[in-house]
Design a protein around this ligand. Sequence first.
Ligand SMILES: N=c1c2ncn([C@@H]3O[C@H](COP(=O)(O)OP(=O)(O)OP(=O)(O)O)[C@@H](O)[C@H]3O)c2ncn1[C@@H]1O[C@H](COP(=O)(O)O)[C@@H](O)[C@H]1O
Length: 104
Amino acid sequence: MDMLNRLEEIIAERRSASPETSYVAKLHERGLPVMARKLGEEAVETVVAALSGERDELIGEAADILFHLLVLLGARDVTLSDVMSELERREGTSGIVEKASRSA
Ligand SMILES: N=c1c2ncn([C@@H]3O[C@H](COP(=O)(O)OP(=O)(O)OP(=O)(O)O)[C@@H](O)[C@H]3O)c2ncn1[C@@H]1O[C@H](COP(=O)(O)O)[C@@H](O)[C@H]1O
């Protein structure tokens, strides 16, 4: 978690850097649709690695997906803390019961 918090801070700092020297700044220059597409691509690569890749490939793809997720969330002013609060809200509830009550 410390690493994710640090990465969130680094991403926030790098947003205003030069796109020539910063991948985060380059993504912001390219805009939200590109950030969203990158996250989608990383999701697909993670799925492929999970189903047919080596363990190290899956770890690498999972790291990419977390990075691109934080970039996209930051661009929409959603913090890791916002997401953690949502997970905490769900803690202790049964996903199956929740789903059943939603479709009732
Ligand atoms: N964790 C990452 C990280 N993970 C992946 N990537 C970049 O994400 C890109 C993903 O690779 P792809 O092959 O999908 O992308 P690409 O084809 O090279 O580039 P595009 O498709 O985006 O044009 C690579 O260029 C990686 O360098 C990252 N870039 C940066 N970070 C972190 O963000 C920090 C700030 O980075 P800068 O903004 O570059 O200073 C770094 O210190 C790191 O901690």
